[in-house]
Write a protein that binds this ligand. Structure first.
Ligand code: CA2
Length: 150
């Protein structure tokens, strides 16, 4: 079964516990359940992970590529705005990466307006709340179907 990896970066384990005005009330477990449901509709398997550590996220990007994942949905959290190393990891693999942010990063502080991930991602989504994860999986499924046809 083709597998999509959903990778979450630092502090996203706190989802649903604080800052509800910015990130909503859903927990990361709720996000995982939602992703599993959407992936299932497309007959895709799902690997869902969260880490507060940059190197671990990089290892997981390499792992997804080595395991021939059909796509990665990545919310790199704060590393989005700082990590050249995560950008390099994405650029080094040929797995399509969809960048997701729960909040609209462009409507927030200036330091969140730049993403190191966006230029190497296949697509980027922000501001849809946790629906962004479902939209990203739907988008990946469409991409995979189109590539199979071509
Ligand atoms: O909007 C997003 O998804 C972000 O990637 C979330 C990151 C932030 O640094 C990015 O600029 C945008 C922060 C994740 C922190 O998540 C929390 C959730 C609940 C409570 C506290 C932090």
């Amino acid at each position: 079964m083709p597998i999509v990896h959903v990778l979450n970066g630092p502090n996203l384990n706190l989802l649903g516990t604080r800052e509800p005005a910015t990130y909503g009330r859903a927990t990361l477990a709720d996000v995982e359940q939602r992703c599993r449901g959407v992936a299932g509709e497309h007959k895709l398997g799902l690997e869902f992970r969260q880490s507060n550590h940059e190197g671990e996220l990089i290892d997981w990007i390499h792992e997804a590529a080595a395991k021939k994942a059909v796509g990665i949905v990545l919310n790199a959290g704060g590393y989005t705005h700082t990590s050249v190393a995560i950008r390099d990891a994405i650029a080094a693999v040929s797995v399509p990466v969809v960048e997701v942010h729960i909040s609209n990063i462009f409507a927030r502080e200036g330091f969140r307006h730049h993403s190191h991930i966006a230029p190497v991602a296949r697509a980027s989504l922000c501001g849809f709340g946790i629906d962004g994860y479902a939209l990203a999986i739907n988008g990946l499924a469409a991409l995979i179907a189109a590539e199979r046809k071509a």
